[in-house]
Ligand binder design. Structure first.
Ligand SMILES: [Zn+2]
Length: 674
């Protein structure tokens, strides 16, 4: 098997994975050898007859698992961005084995004994700050993973982790399958009235691709609320589209969600916590369940009041159409009408000013140049994970090279919904690695020869994900454990949210928002009106987000042993109890397709988006008012925060930039909740 491209480090620049050589059959053997290699490396650490030292234990642990890291990063990306049946099968097979592998390390008594011994005399080891933090963090991770439990409890813990890993993979695959299966098939173009001509053409093309020749298919996207709901004039079509979305994976994932919540509660109890949420937030910047409760409770009443004010506006317009009560499938449609009538903003009028190449080069990259001095060169000679993936080399202001950025911007059947950042190679000076980072988006592919025109929200997503990319690219740490985005979950969205500010920063906006045919700049008054119209939608957006955050919270604050009979009933009760059962605003995700909390790392962590927005709003304020140039401010933000990864306490980084503790005022003002 010497032809397995994962077995040796890549020889390409920046150790870019050799995608042209990688095939599905390489994954399983690479995972297996990678796990075996790492266990052998751990065994060598524990067999060392010398007393434990920082180098022979912690540094050795950080160096271990190189092959597993290589294959894991590439596989994680492929399973999300370009999956197929073979990859899904490997995922189902390997997930519980990887969980067991993690347990084999964290529950290795001899290894923990060495870490414990070092931890006990940590102050006399003469360690520098980052090394001391590495020791602290590993010690905490081992304890939180169950290193101090007895043998019987550890055995149960292994079972729980294995079952949870399998369940998470099944959950995600169920969501993907039912999201495909519930695409809305329509017979005539009239039913699509309200959509743009290119959207109708795309629905027809989608019909052809999915075996419904001559019909029109609207595939479902991630969120509950489907983007077409804003335009479709046929109320019954809107109703069917939303019902298809809200009903996803109920049968398969309802029982699975109940099972996972019970397993997580049991695991938390084993580890000495009253709930999974308590276990999770102990290690986050929030610290306690009460702190999260307090923020959510503070936001709910004003957000609901805002939404009710918005509903009253919508009702006026809907009444003229004979609609007595606004339903969930009417909300986006009449919001769009309000935007047009009260703010003279038409989403369709904006798109010609947001052409992908311009937004990317003259917006996203331009802002990174303005703030950080970066420049970007596309490298068509370097091959990404898919023909759509484009590779850019990133350079410092002085011309020095920094890393690679890969952009995979388009939707396809093999890619999961949403947008996210991944790292193919994580920066570490210990391992002599420079970063290779990746953004995945889901922008619809245009008809051949047509330009790619983005919506306002897609432009924001592009800036957002690039904020995560910068966090990975600027990483300047020694140990892999601290690389780039390896920060608390309720902190990791903060840098990406800050990067969204460039979208409407006057010098940046003027540079990229130009009509794709005439080159005319986006009229300034249109921007003002769009910003005002955004304020109008805050009630809806905040309520749909908070509803999802509270669902996550409800599932993960259940005590061990609580019997949940039905997922949808549990969900309804949780929202009602939180004061968030706004009938016309469904949660951004309902439980049965809430991948964030049941299939990826956001369980008891969805609150993180608004938690980090507190820091984001403060930092945007700071950029605007600190008296420095944008370039100078960018340098401070990079040096004190973006480059630190997890090597410094997260809130300490924030204070080093802004100069004090965060306050909620700027967030409340921004969301219209003051
Ligand atoms: Zn993000």
């Amino acid at each position: 098997m010497s032809d397995n491209p994962f077995f040796e480090p890549s020889t390409l620049v920046y150790e870019l994975p050799p995608f042209t050589a990688i095939r599905e059959e390489h994954y399983l053997p690479a995972f297996e050898r990678g796990m075996a290699d790492q266990l052998a490396e751990i065994a060598a650490i524990t067999a060392d007859p010398q007393a434990p030292t920082f180098d022979n234990t912690l540094v050795a642990l950080e160096r271990s698992g190189a092959l597993l890291r290589r294959v894991g990063a590439v596989f994680l990306n492929q399973s999300s961005a370009d999956t197929n049946d073979l990859v899904d099968a490997v995922d189902a097979e390997i997930s519980p084995r990887l969980a067991a592998h993690q347990d084999a390390i964290h529950l290795d008594a001899a290894l923990f004994a060495r870490i414990e011994a070092l931890h006990e005399r940590r102050d006399s080891l003469g360690l520098d700050a980052q090394s001391l933090r590495l020791l602290e963090r590993h010690h905490t991770r081992f304890v939180r993973a169950g290193a101090r439990l007895g043998a019987a409890e550890q055995a149960r813990l292994r079972e729980l982790n294995s079952e949870l890993a399998s369940a998470a993979t099944a959950f995600q695959q169920n969501v993907a399958a039912d999201t495909r299966a519930r695409a809305l098939v329509l017979d005539s173009a009239e039913q699509l009235d309200g959509l743009s001509a290119d959207a109708v053409a795309a629905a027809a093309e989608n019909g052809r691709a999915l075996g419904h020749d001559g019909r029109y298919v609207l595939s479902l996207k991630n969120f509950s609320n489907q983007s077409e709901l804003a335009q479709l004039t046929d109320r019954s079509v809107r109703e069917r589209l939303l019902a298809a979305s809200l009903g996803r994976a109920v049968a398969a994932n309802g029982p699975l969600a109940i099972r996972m919540a019970a397993l997580r509660a049991e695991r938390a109890a084993l580890l000495g916590h009253p709930s999974h949420a308590a276990y999770v937030v102990e290690d986050e910047t929030a610290g306690t369940v009460e702190a999260v409760d307090a923020l959510l409770a503070r936001l709910v009443p004003p957000a609901v009041a805002n939404a009710e004010r918005e509903a009253a506006e919508l009702a006026k317009l809907a009444a003229a159409d004979g609609i007595e009560e606004i339903a969930a499938h009417d909300w986006a449609f009449y919001s769009e009408r309000v935007r047009r009538s009260s703010y003279q903003v038409d989403a369709a009028v904006l798109r010609p000013y947001f052409e992908l190449e311009r937004v990317l080069h003259d917006g996203v990259f331009f802002a990174a140049n303005l703030a950080y001095g970066l420049t970007f060169t596309e490298r068509p000679d370097l091959v990404g994970h898919h023909p759509d993936a484009r590779v850019f080399e990133v350079f410092e202001e002085d011309g020095g090279s920094l890393g690679l950025f890969i952009g995979d911007f388009h939707a396809r059947a093999s890619k999961r919904g949403g947008a996210w950042m991944d790292e193919l190679v994580s920066q570490s000076t210990l391992l002599d690695k420079r970063p290779v980072v990746l953004n995945n988006l889901n922008i619809a592919s245009p008809a051949p020869g047509e330009p790619v025109l983005l919506t306002w929200d897609e432009v924001r997503t592009l800036f957002h994900e690039f904020g995560h990319a910068l966090h990975g690219l600027f990483s300047a740490v020694r140990f892999p454990l601290f690389s780039g985005t390896e920060v608390p979950r309720d902190f990791v969205e903060f840098p990406s949210q800050v990067n969204e500010m460039w979208m409407t920063w006057p010098a940046v906006l003027a540079n990229y928002a130009k009509h794709h045919v005439t080159g005319e700049p986006l009229p300034a008054d249109l921007v003002e009106r769009m910003t005002a119209a955004e304020g109008f939608g805050q009630g809806f957006r905040t309520v749909e987000y908070l509803a999802a955050a509270l669902l996550d919270w409800a599932w993960h604050t259940v005590p061990v042993g609580l019997e949940i009979a039905d997922a949808q009933e549990f969900e309804g009760r949780a929202l009602a109890e939180a004061g968030l059962a706004v009938a016309a605003i469904p949660p951004r995700y309902r439980s049965t397709y809430f991948n964030h909390i049941f299939a990826s790392g956001y369980s008891a962590g969805y609150y993180a988006y608004i938690w980090s927005e507190v820091l984001d709003a403060e930092t945007v304020e700071w950029f605007r008012t600190n008296g420095r140039t944008v370039r100078e401010s960018g340098e401070v933000f990079r040096a004190e925060l973006l480059s630190r990864g997890g090597s410094v306490d997260a809130l300490e980084c924030f204070r080093a930039v802004v100069g004090r503790d965060p306050r909620t005022g700027p967030l409340l003002a921004r969301r219209g909740l003051a």
